[in-house]
Design a protein around this ligand. Structure first.
Ligand code: MN
Length: 143
């Protein structure tokens, strides 16, 4: 048990950095913990405004964006991130409790690169994250 924090820090030093945007505290804490356990570095934001600010400052490799947020919602925060040259290349995965096909279309129209429904299926989410991170590394190599 005492070894766990060190092990996580060693992983995090080489890990991809995820920005998790989620206003629900228990969802945020649980998903954050699960992602850290899988070796990711996780920074969090609780609303759209801080999501945009932290995306700019922390330069995450990928954003997990709850769409239903107080203030600036996830769709608008995604539009702002995607219209900013310094952040537009960051993949954004929409997280929404709705599974309607119109929600999916709206998320992609806002600029999202992936879409997962809540409650999150961890294996599906990890596959989406890894696919988008791999695609991004490919782009970086070509650049
Ligand atoms: Mn929410």
């Amino acid at each position: 048990m005492n070894d766990a924090p060190d092990a996580l820090m060693i992983q995090s030093s080489q890990a991809s950095k995820l920005l998790l945007v989620e206003d629900n505290e228990s969802n945020r804490d649980m998903l954050s913990r699960r992602l850290v356990r899988r070796g990711f570095e996780v920074v969090t934001a609780t609303d759209g405004e801080s999501a945009i600010r932290i995306a700019r400052e922390a330069k995450p490799d990928l954003v997990l964006m709850d769409m239903s947020l107080p203030g600036i919602n996830g769709w608008d925060a995604t539009r702002i991130i995607k219209s900013s040259p310094e952040m537009s290349a960051i993949p954004v995965v929409a997280l929404t409790a709705h599974a309607m096909s119109s929600d999916r279309e709206e998320a992609f129209a806002a600029g999202c690169n992936g879409f997962e429904t809540k409650p999150v299926e961890m294996d599906k989410l990890l596959a989406t994250i890894n696919r988008l991170l791999a695609g991004r590394r490919g782009l970086d190599v070509d650049a």
